[in-house]
Design a protein around this ligand. Structure first.
Ligand code: SER
Length: 316
């Protein structure tokens, strides 16, 4: 066990945090990982807990001082669909919240991880195999905040030497905690509905193709990036991070191997526009070359693990 780090995780009970926190606790010990709870704190959480709002610098600094924090995984974020409904909140949490942690990282010499997204891309970015360095003209508030955040990360690295690292996560698929308010949420919802109801009404069209990743890969990638020697990190905005790409029809076909009568109907809403503005697939060769990223889950393997685990979970 590595004992020297004291870690703070914001958004610890969200889709990513709920799987990252136990991993960090295993690695560093429960006494070295602090979860920053906000609204929703699960009853069964075991570990160090502080409560606070990432928009409040004083609160954050107190917690960092109290626990002598050396690393922050800053995951708290408003996602794309909520972002379109609450643009001011999205800016405050995603941009001002990040800036607070970047400033605290300078003052307290903290190593920082920050979550970016494929939402930094927009309709003018190349659609297929989108490169690491390309046009970034997102059309969602969420995307605007993520591009801003990426540029701030790079600026703080260049100007103040902050060791900040980041991933552009694709749509993340997991069975532990559901995503909240994103555009790629259908790729998780579809599994719950297939098992519970045998049918699903999808809010994007069947040919909607987006980059996706199974959560276990995402967590492994996150820790690989944070473990990599400083000199290997050549991207200080945010790394393209990819695994697979599929459309809804392909996903439904894969699920049907387990639930043959499963049916999907399609009622696209405003989230379709957001999905259409994002890439079909992204080129993550920088992550692969710089720090050895490799994904393990393809569509088949991911679907199998999702169905098995959700069947168990939904029975309980
Ligand atoms: N999953 C996120 C969303 O849909 C993308 O980063 O908002």
């Amino acid at each position: 066990m590595i004992m020297t780090e004291k870690i703070l995780v914001t958004g610890p009970f969200g889709q990513i945090g709920s799987e990252l926190v136990p991993e960090l606790q295993n690695r560093y010990g429960k006494e070295n990982v602090v979860a920053l709870g906000h609204r929703h704190i699960p009853d069964d959480y075991q570990g160090l807990l502080e409560t606070g709002d990432v928009r409040n610098r004083e609160e954050m600094e107190k917690i960092i001082d109290k626990h002598e924090i050396t690393q922050v995984y800053h995951l708290a974020s408003i996602l794309s669909a909520i972002g379109e409904k609450k643009p001011q909140l999205t800016w405050d949490v995603n941009v001002n919240g990040l800036k607070i942690f970047l400033d605290l990282a300078v003052e307290h010499e903290i190593k920082l991880f920050w979550a970016s997204s494929i939402a930094v891309f927009g309709p003018t970015s190349p659609l297929d195999n989108t490169p690491q360095h390309t046009i970034l003209e997102p059309v969602t508030m969420y995307g605007v905040t993520k591009v801003t955040g990426e540029l701030m990360c790079q600026y703080y690295h260049e100007k103040y030497g902050v060791d900040v690292r980041s991933l552009r996560y694709p749509g993340l698929i997991s069975y532990k905690e559901e995503p909240g308010g994103g555009t790629t949420d259908y790729a998780v919802e579809i599994f719950y509905k297939a098992i519970e109801d045998g049918e699903y009404t999808c809010f994007v069209k069947e040919d909607t193709l987006l980059p996706m990743m199974f959560m276990e890969d995402a967590i492994r990638g996150t820790l690989m990036l944070m473990d990599a020697p400083k000199e290997d990190i050549t991207v200080r905005t945010s790394y393209n991070h990819a695994a697979l790409s599929f459309n809804v029809k392909e996903l439904a076909e894969e699920i049907k191997k387990y639930i043959p009568d499963f049916t999907v109907s399609y009622e696209p809403d405003e989230r379709q526009d957001t999905a259409d503005s994002w890439p079909d697939s992204i080129d993550d060769s920088k992550a692969r070359d710089d720090w050895g990223w490799e994904h393990k889950y393809d569509l088949e393997k991911m679907t199998k693990v999702m169905i098995e685990n959700l069947r168990k979970k939904l029975k309980e």
